[in-house]
Design a protein around this ligand. Structure first.
Ligand code: AMP
Ligand code: GLY
Length: 441
């Protein structure tokens, strides 16, 4: 018998069936969050051969090209849980700390849903500075000497007896304003009064710690109880302007391939900091099951912890995940269900990313400004704060876009990335021109 249908339509029919089959067999993932970090997670998931459908809540204009945006807030636990149940989501991946802090993981697990992220109790390693400091003291994890206080006079007496500068940290959520580096007693007094007498951030205690010096870097690891799967090291740029000047921001750029951290440093940080912290959390009955992010410093006395975070870093994730060659779904699912996974494989070479932020950020800034030229950019662009207005891509946040380039070395990646950044046209964006400067100094 000859062909009944002309070949092209058979082909079309077959591929439609294939797609249907893929839909049936492939995994459905829900990513929670809507920034550059979540765009990088969605991008990595879209490379997984197992994943056929990705939802992102709330997502953004860039994420929408690779996932279906769901208009739910990242802290709307009940709404997200109902969505996951209704849409047969196989796995949920949590980006922001706020979602972990309201107990999304606990609620999803109770409902029998797989979710990648720590329980509310385990998130204390990030949300409570004093919990983290006590943990480090108890398990001998290197960090700055400290003491915690709720009484203003006692805190002041301690600060007065220590060398300056002194580091004062409000123990609770303070919208990034909870850390003060006091240069002298006057500054310390003012900050302590603000935190412990006027309760400007709330009723939390204050941690006072010694000031450390040295380059800072970020060590992100997937952690499932005692199992630790490290990611490549990266470095953030917290200040708004070139030369590390200006106010602190959420991060203005990042890169991998830090030349000032030796393999021995990394091994030390892995064994003596991250693995020890993972074991310590198990011993405390609070096993981790997500990302542990060590904010570390290479001091003259060795590598020490500045802080722990209980989630992927932003903008570090945007430079780290593009290097992942393994199937990220397998890692997420393994960690979420307590199954051992194969050691993740990472590409050689380095990545460097530059954040384009709204003028005025981190202070007041305008939204809704047109962005053009995106189609001309030849490397990855993760959206941090964008939306569409009448079909036009516009700014919709403080940090708006992050352009990433890969290279064999940082010189190449830096040259490439800035050539691409210049192609983006928007009259209300600014960026740092010196990302990775510590690597070149
Ligand atoms: P944190 O919120 O704990 O990460 O602190 C914010 C920033 O303050 C860090 O990224 C450091 O640059 C700085 N910082 C915090 N603790 C110390 C410390 N003990 N010594 C020096 N700098 C610190
Ligand atoms: N890069 C800083 C943070 O994610 O907290």
């Amino acid at each position: 018998m000859g062909l009944v249908y002309p070949l092209p339509s058979i082909k079309t029919a077959k591929s439609a069936k294939e797609i249907q089959l893929e839909d049936l067999l492939g995994k459905t993932v829900l990513v929670i969050g809507g920034g550059g970090r979540e765009h990088a997670i969605v991008d990595a998931l879209s490379r997984s051969p197992q994943v056929s459908k990705i939802y992102c809540a709330p997502g953004n204009a860039g994420i929408e090209e690779q996932a279906i945006n769901v208009p739910l807030k990242d802290t709307d636990v009940e709404g997200l849980k109902a969505f996951a149940l209704e849409n047969q989501v196989d796995l949920t991946v949590v980006g922001p700390e706020a979602a972990l802090a309201v107990g999304i993981v606990d609620a999803f697990r109770e409902a029998g849903l797989n979710i990648f992220g720590h329980t509310k109790a385990a998130t204390a390693i990030e949300s409570s500075k004093e919990f983290a400091k006590k943990l480090m003291a108890k398990y001998d994890i290197p960090t700055a000497a400290y003491q915690g206080f709720s009484d203003y006079d006692e805190a002041l007496a301690y600060v007065s007896a220590r060398p300056f500068p002194a580091v004062l940290k409000y123990d609770g959520l303070a919208a990034g304003k909870g850390v003060v580096i006091a240069q002298d007693l006057e500054e310390a007094k003012a900050a302590l009064a603000d935190m412990l007498l006027d309760h400007s951030f709330g009723q939390g205690r204050v941690v006072v710690e010694d000031f450390l010096t040295g380059p800072e870097f970020s060590f992100l690891c997937f952690v499932d109880g005692e199992r630790v799967y490290p990611m490549p090291l990266s470095q953030d740029h917290k200040r708004a302007f070139d030369g590390d000047k200006g106010p602190n921001t959420g991060g203005m750029g990042a890169y991998t391939g830090l030349p000032f951290i030796t393999p021995e440093d990394r091994e030390f940080a892995y064994r003596e900091i991250i693995c020890k912290a993972a074991s310590a959390m198990v011993a405390e009955g609070l096993p981790l099951s997500g990302v542990l992010y060590g904010g570390l410093m290479k001091t003259p006395q060795g590598i020490k912890v500045i802080e722990f975070n209980a989630r992927f870093g932003d903008p570090e994730t945007e430079v780290v995940l593009p290097l992942l060659q393994s199937d990220i779904y397998d890692i997420f699912e393994g960690v979420a269900t307590g199954r051992e996974v194969e050691e993740p494989v990472w590409a050689d070479g380095v990545t460097l990313g530059v954040v384009l932020a709204s003028k005025g950020y981190p202070g007041h800034y305008e939204k809704g400004v047109a962005i053009n030229g995106m189609h001309r950019v030849g490397t990855k662009v993760y959206h941090m704060g964008t939306t569409y207005k009448d079909g036009q891509l516009v700014t919709n946040g403080g940090r708006v876009l992050m352009v990433i380039a890969a290279g064999e070395n940082l010189t190449e990646a830096r040259r490439k990335v800035y050539a691409e950044v210049e192609k983006i046209q928007c009259e209300n964006l600014f960026y740092r021109t010196d990302i990775a400067h510590q690597a070149f100094d």
